[in-house]
Design a protein around this ligand. Structure first.
Ligand code: NAD
Length: 412
């Protein structure tokens, strides 16, 4: 990575981080010159939206709590009518990627400034990326116009996030960081941030699973989510995110859970072509009580699968609602505009990624994916990255050898 040329433009987002920092919301709104702010949330966080409106006092114009997953354009239209009726001059979003997505969709259409208070680990608040769904199709755009002006990370707002949602949301963040490590437009700073994000999430998520009120672990996870969101916003994602977008948008699958279930597969597919990334992932996730960090990176996909298992995350896509008959449709869609990816990408890897966890057959048998490196059978284990000369970092047009990742065609 150190020898790769790169261009890097830090994103202009003001970050306010710390317990109780939501108390600063009115001051931050004033700083932006706002006088009539609309507070956005999902229905489940309507009370928190009212709480923020109270904190805004005379600066609050009202609330809209209809945000939902995957930012459907019809919901955006409803919210825009409210923006218009209230003559709002800015929006505040409280919640996860759903509330943030609505806020960004409004900003894109109106130019209104945004303040985001994230309460999950999705990381959308740090990105100029907006995914919207219409007619069963998800489109993703990258546009600086959707970037919030200010993000307030108040860890106290995350304490109510249920442990299971915290776990999958954290793995969603980890997926951003993992793909940033092999992004075609990555750079040394992004790699350092991404590795630290994975370390922070890997350490904190198991603690949160067992002690959801652990403020220190929650802070560490939120900090990891901030870093992961930052790298997500700075570089292009690859195979993993493309598959997640297509599957999530087409079949309306739960976003974070989908990311978590797919990640061991997509990492395994890219492992051989991205050895430096795998080294960093393994180093970040290596657990001292099991022999310490793995500097070879060979265990990265297994370590991610093992983390999923420790967090109790569902690993079979069919159990998340993916109909098996939908695999072909999703494969076709995913291939229409392939992302840059370390390993050359064709119909076969897509089908493997889908059919593994979706069908629960041998290659992607979720139980196998959850095995630790110590007890997995050699014939079924997730393939490992081999740090060989022939496995150099490779990007669009790459001629890297297709990795022997052990997912036979018969599984497709
Ligand atoms: P979400 O925002 O839908 O939240 C999941 C559920 O948790 C919701 O019901 C919400 O009300 C509830 N919730 C959130 N915070 C809570 C809290 N602190 N306490 C109790 N309940 C809480 O889910 P998400 O995973 O954060 O976001 C998913 C969406 O974000 C998807 O639409 C995805 O496409 C998008 N996303 C976009 C980007 C980007 O850069 N554009 C990045 C990541 C995710």
């Amino acid at each position: 990575m150190a020898n790769h040329p790169f261009t890097y433009q830090p994103l202009p987002v003001r970050v306010v981080f710390g317990p109780g920092r939501r108390q600063q919301l009115a001051a931050e709104a004033q700083r932006l010159g706002l006088k009539r702010v609309l507070v956005l949330s999902t229905p489940g966080q309507a009370n928190t939206a009212e709480h923020l409106a109270a904190l805004l006092g005379g600066l609050a114009a009202g609330t809209f709590s209809g945000a939902t997953m995957h930012t459907p354009t019809d919901v955006t239209e409803q919210a825009l009518r409210v923006v218009h009726d209230l003559n709002a001059d800015g929006v505040v979003a409280i919640g996860g990627g759903s509330a943030t997505g609505l806020s960004k969709a409004i900003a894109r259409r109106t130019g209104l400034p945004q303040i985001i208070l994230p309460t999950t680990y999705a990381g959308s608040e740090m990105t100029p990326v907006l995914g919207e769904t219409s007619g069963g199709r998800k489109t993703v755009i990258r546009d600086q116009a959707v970037l919030p002006k200010t993000v307030i990370y108040d860890v106290e707002l995350t304490l109510t996030l249920p442990p299971a949602v915290s776990a999958s949301s954290g793995m969603n963040a980890l997926a951003h960081a993992a793909e940033a490590l092999y992004a075609h437009n990555g750079n040394p700073l992004v790699s350092v941030l991404a590795e630290e994000a994975i370390r922070a999430l890997g350490q904190s998520l198991p603690r949160i699973r067992h002690s959801p009120q652990d403020l220190e672990a929650r802070s560490q996870a939120l900090s990891g989510a901030w870093l992961a969101g930052s790298v997500l916003g700075s570089v292009d994602m690859a195979l993993h995110h493309k598959l997640a977008h297509v599957l999530g948008g087409t079949f309306i699958l739960p976003h974070a859970e989908l990311h978590a279930a797919l990640l061991p597969h997509t990492l395994a597919y890219n492992a051989q072509a991205a050895p430096e990334a795998m080294n960093r992932i393994a180093r970040a996730l290596g657990r001292p009580d099991e022999g310490g960090p793995d500097p070879t990176g060979r265990n990265a996909p297994q370590l991610v699968a093992e983390l999923n298992r420790r967090l109790g995350i569902e690993s079979a896509l069919k159990n998340l609602g993916l109909p098996e008959a939908g695999l072909d449709e999703a494969t076709t869609l995913a291939l229409q505009n392939p992302y840059a990816n370390p390993t050359p990408w064709n119909a076969r890897p897509c089908a493997n990624c889908f059919s593994g966890p979706g069908a629960g057959r041998r290659p992607g048998n979720p139980r196998r994916l959850l095995e630790t490196p110590h007890d997995s059978g050699a014939d079924h284990a997730i393939p490992v990255a081999r740090t060989t000369e022939g496995a150099a970092h490779s990007f669009p047009g790459s001629t890297a050898r297709r990795p022997d990742w052990g997912f036979p065609e018969s599984s497709v």
